[in-house]
Design a protein around this ligand. Structure first.
Ligand SMILES: Cc1cc2nc3c(=O)[nH]c(=O)nc-3n(C[C@H](O)[C@H](O)[C@H](O)COP(=O)(O)OP(=O)(O)OC[C@H]3O[C@@H](n4cnc5c(N)ncnc54)[C@H](O)[C@@H]3O)c2cc1C
Length: 476
């Protein structure tokens, strides 16, 4: 096989990145099946009332692999701008710059908070009476032993409860170990005091952002892949992956009310791991079906308020860890791209985590608009101009939920899918990884790197990449 036919499932960053790199390097004939009508997945954008809007706050972090970043820069040219981060976090009814600035630590933080953190820091370096049983560790015990009570109770724990819908004791230690970047005082201080790497704006924490919304990145990669010959089929919902003797050979998808069958040498899925296991034909055994039902994703409702004023605030994002305010974050894309148009109109996007089909998921536009307006009033930043319109979007798969004990169940699913020949699973949803867009793109480029000169997939090399993916740290 010199140039295999590869069927990619899903056109988020992982799927689009793979299609781009495979066709650019002329390594495969590529078809992409995507259930929506545009590429981008959770990293896409939509256009409404003259504004490009994202599915929640999205930035391209400078930690992106250099080769990938260079490809994005080459495709977007002057449309990709480097911007200093300029957010605020609401802590004990005060606003503090986020990311934290060393200069504000002493002056802006409430005195009780600063003293509490100081004492916790001293306690953290004193010898501990007895070490804990590692098997009993969870998100709460690990973070509290490393960061003390003050930061945990004022910030991490209420925020975690809102984001994942679980009390911190029910969240796996993995979330704290691998996915909370400042999970010890040493890391926290390093983050605040050291000069951020790969930035470019006077040593300030910065990010890349496209002028036409975050989705311009995936849109550009998809358009280029199409020029190189990739075939994108939109509005095609994957239903089944058919296997014979342990080898995947075709996919069934529904499009415009009709069933379609696609055959391929390799099937590369970036779809949620749970749906993937349930979609294998012949079906996986009961144990696997149960594990697939037990593994859960957190969903999110995004509420966009279109307000008749040039800008709502000067800040790109506001973070709300406190329990009294139900939304977790508010973003204003005009402040990400630094565009002044349209005049006298801006949009703010509020993020409200929930479970798929719960009461929050099912709330109507009017109630959600009111919930956001009430939240902002409580936070001391009320909406003061006319709200022209409220738009609501819903993300079914926003975050993987790492509840205690999820590891064994996920491992079952991963082992099962990894054991199917010619099927490859990757991306944030596929590997159940709380990763950034640049990580999803890196997984895609790595998968392409595993196709050798004969068009064969190098499983050993992929195993090495999988180990590397485990070291990814989420940038928030
Ligand atoms: C609120 C929020 C904020 C974030 N902020 C940032 C940020 O600032 N910076 C950053 O780098 N990352 C951020 N991320 C993470 C980023 O969105 C993801 O890492 C990235 O989108 C993952 O890409 P993916 O291709 O793996 O998955 P996805 O983007 O989820 O793409 C999967 C694709 O598969 C499609 N699909 C699913 N099921 C089917 C089916 N049955 N048939 C056909 N198609 C299907 C979906 O429609 C989708 O297009 C954020 C995520 C969220 C939720």
């Amino acid at each position: 096989m010199s140039k295999p036919n590869i069927l990619i499932l899903g056109a988020g960053p992982a799927g689009v990145g793979a299609a781009y790199q495979l066709t650019k390097l002329n390594k495969a004939n590529v078809t992409v099946l995507e259930m929506k009508d545009t590429p981008g997945g959770n990293s896409g954008s939509f256009y409404e009332e003259g504004l490009y809007l994202d599915y929640g706050s999205h930035r391209l972090h400078p930690a992106c692999d250099e080769a990938i970043l260079n490809d994005i820069k080459a495709l977007l040219g002057d449309d990709l701008v480097l911007r200093p981060r300029h957010g605020r976090i609401r802590l004990e009814k005060r606003w503090i710059h986020f990311p934290l600035k060393a200069s504000e630590l002493a002056t802006k933080l409430p005195i009780s908070f600063s003293m509490g953190v100081g004492l916790d820091m001293v306690r953290s370096i004193l010898p501990k009476a007895k070490s804990k049983d590692l098997n009993q560790e969870n998100f709460a015990t690990l973070l509290e032993s490393k960061l003390g009570k003050t930061i945990c109770r004022e910030f991490y724990f209420p925020y975690a409860k809102k984001i994942w819908g679980l009390s911190p004791e029910k969240i796996s230690v993995v979330q704290a170990e691998k996915r909370v970047s400042a999970n010890s005082f040493a890391k926290l201080l390093k983050k605040v005091f050291s000069k951020p790497q790969n930035t470019g704006i006077n040593g300030l924490p910065s990010f890349y952002y496209p002028k036409k919304g975050f989705g311009q990145i995936t849109q550009a990669l998809a358009s280029e892949a199409e020029k190189y010959g990739a075939n994108f089929i939109f509005n095609a919902r994957v239903k089944k992956v058919e296997t014979k003797n342990g080898t995947a050979h075709s996919v069934q998808a529904n499009s415009n009310g009709k069933k379609h069958e696609f055959e391929a040498d390799y099937i590369w899925s970036t779809l949620p791991v749970t749906g993937m296991v349930k979609g294998i034909d012949p079906p996986a055994d009961e144990n696997l079906q149960k594990a697939a039902n037990d593994i859960k994703f957190r969903s999110m409702v995004l509420i966009y308020l279109f307000i008749q004023q040039d800008r709502f605030t000067e800040f790109d994002a506001h973070y709300f860890p406190g329990e009294e305010i139900p939304i977790t974050r508010l973003s204003e894309t005009k402040n990400y791209s630094d565009t002044d148009y349209p005049e006298n109109l801006t949009a703010i996007c509020a993020e409200l985590p929930c479970q798929f089909e719960d009461d929050v998921w099912n709330m109507g536009e009017e109630d959600l608009g009111k919930l956001v307006a009430d939240s902002l009033k409580k936070a001391g930043i009320p909406v003061q101009s006319t709200v022209k319109n409220v738009v609501v979007k819903r993300l079914k798969h926003a975050y993987p939920i790492y509840n205690t004990g999820y590891e064994k169940k996920y491992q079952l699913l991963d082992d099962y899918l990894s054991g199917i020949n010619n099927l490859l699973v990757f991306g944030r949803q596929g590997l159940f990884a709380h990763d950034n867009t640049h990580h999803a793109l890196y997984m895609a480029y790595s998968a392409v790197d595993c196709i050798d000169d004969e068009g064969e997939f190098d499983d050993e090399k992929w195993e090495e990449y999988r180990e590397e993916f485990k070291t990814h740290v989420v940038v928030d």
